[in-house]
Design a protein around this ligand. Structure first.
Ligand code: ATP
Ligand code: MG
Length: 455
């Protein structure tokens, strides 16, 4: 009796165990609920042109995932069985890009529809490095092969805008609805093929407020080191995506928790444990998250300027207390923070220049005389620097009235600016530096003018 019960239990257990779906599920609007009006008309156009020529073409990846959960997609990708050359020949403004895997950018004004050919699953077509990382693969395949090559089940969904059907080979819609990030295939192998997938798992979990399936999660701690084999430029691109996923702090905390931060953001070791630093990052990222959610853009230099600021600020104060002048102290502090960051993942020079400008301007806000403000207004990063000052005011690092004055100035027209500047009294707070120099000798000059001339 007991044996029978156990046997039944075991057989029930196996009958409900997840197995690879035999064929794809085809889901209609009533199941996927994608509102076609929210789909880029250019992506629809690309699909229509390809389908009219007899090719298969679907909107795929992040856009389908985001549309199903009601988020606004960042961009739209199309997958097709046409080759890159065939795709290019069908559109007036299209160019083939990519070395590792060729794809086509179809350009419509400011929108680019990234259109790629279904990839093959054939392992023979891959060249891998000693750790199993794929270095080259250029073989084309069928839709089912393409689905198998994608990273997570919720990213392997294909939307046909003509029939409004979603094709789902790996139960991705179900996972999406249950908010589970699940890798396709064996997690260990897939992370070895491409270690960035570990970061992507975390990003999608934070972005979608999802959990990571245990088997998908398990190998991460052990394989974290593989990130050191990934080219810096790729890590940098991914780090920007992490910071602009719409849930940045949650994402950073997860990256830290999983021990992946040392290859991207080593400063998190300090930022996430020091309450003052955490408070700044928390407030600043909450603001940038809300920008992302309302579809506004974020500049990578601003994001990195925010992330490294707690360190810059701390060192800036330290250098000043050692007697360095304000400007010299901020320059030295910036060098230190960028060096620390650079040892793990260097930030591109052009972004570094912008970051320094934003930081150096923080030191100038304190001291600047009224005449020099006009030149400051011409600086390309003036607006960003003023936005940055607001973030500092929000954590009481600077006076909020002063920060608002600069914001008013940034928003004003020329006449209003002249008025604001003429009414400005020189800053007297000590805040981050020494007392500003006493303003002008005008009273003396006035006295001198009134003084009787010597005969
Ligand atoms: P988002 O654009 O919101 O950052 P996304 O999912 O669209 O997210 P992309 O980097 O634009 O991410 O990639 C598009 C699609 O390509 C993904 O949805 C996924 O199907 C596939 N993909 C991207 N990177 C990988 C990878 N490293 N391994 C396997 N598939 C990937
Ligand atoms: Mg995308």
């Amino acid at each position: 009796m007991l044996t029978q019960t156990i046997r039944n239990f075991v057989s029930r257990l196996f009958s409900t165990a997840p197995s690879a779906p035999k064929g794809p599920q085809r889901l209609g609007v009533d199941q996927h609920h994608i509102d076609r009006r929210l789909v880029s008309r250019h992506a629809i156009k690309v699909c229509e042109v390809l389908q009219d020529r007899g090719y298969e073409a679907y909107i795929v990846g992040g856009a389908v995932r985001d549309l199903i959960v009601g988020l606004e997609p960042k961009d739209f990708d199309v997958a097709t069985n046409a080759t890159p050359e065939q795709i290019r020949s069908l559109f007036r403004r299209a160019r083939i890009i990519g070395r590792r895997f060729k794809l086509v950018h179809v350009v419509f004004g400011r929108e680019i529809i990234e259109t790629s050919t279904f990839r093959a699953d054939a392992k023979e077509s891959e060249i891998v490095d000693a750790h199993g990382r794929i270095l080259q693969d250029n073989d084309y395949g069928e839709l089912k092969d393409d689905a198998l090559r994608r990273d997570f089940t919720l990213n392997a969904l294909y939307y046909d805008p003509t029939t409004e059907t979603v094709i789902d080979y790996h139960n991705g819609v179900q996972d999406l609805k249950n908010r589970v990030v699940r890798i396709i295939g064996d997690a260990n192998t897939r992370y070895r093929e491409d270690p960035v997938r570990m970061l992507r798992a975390i990003r999608f979990a934070a972005k979608l407020d999802a959990s990571i399936d245990p088997a998908t999660h398990a190998p991460i701690a052990q394989l974290a080191d593989l990130l050191q084999n990934v080219p810096e430029s790729r890590l940098f691109d991914e780090s920007i995506k992490l910071l602009s996923c719409g849930n940045a702090l949650a994402c950073l905390k997860l990256i830290h928790q999983e021990g992946l931060h040392s290859y991207l953001f080593p400063l998190l070791d300090e930022i996430l444990v020091e309450p003052e630093q955490l408070q700044f990052i928390d407030q600043a990222l909450a603001r940038s998250d809300s920008r992302v959610r309302t579809g506004r853009t974020l500049s990578p230099s601003f994001l990195f300027a925010v992330l490294l600021w707690p360190m810059v600020h701390k060192k800036w104060l330290a250098y000043q207390s050692q007697g360095q002048p304000l400007a010299q102290a901020i320059a030295a502090a910036s060098d230190d923070a960028l060096d620390d960051q650079g040892r793990a993942m260097p930030i591109q020079k052009r972004f570094q220049a912008d970051m320094r400008e934003i930081w150096f301007t923080q030191a100038r806000f304190d001291r600047i005389n009224n005449r020099a403000i006009w030149r400051m207004l011409e600086q390309p990063r003036f607006r960003a620097s003023v936005d940055f000052l607001q973030l500092r005011a929000a954590v009481r690092e600077v006076d909020s009235v002063e920060a608002q004055w600069w914001m008013d100035l940034a928003n004003a027209d020329t006449d209003q600016r002249a008025m604001l500047i003429s009414e400005r009294t020189p800053p007297t707070r000590t805040g981050t530096g020494k007392r500003p120099r006493r303003r002008t000798r005008r009273p003396q000059r006035a006295n001198a003018q009134q003084a009787p001339k010597h005969e």
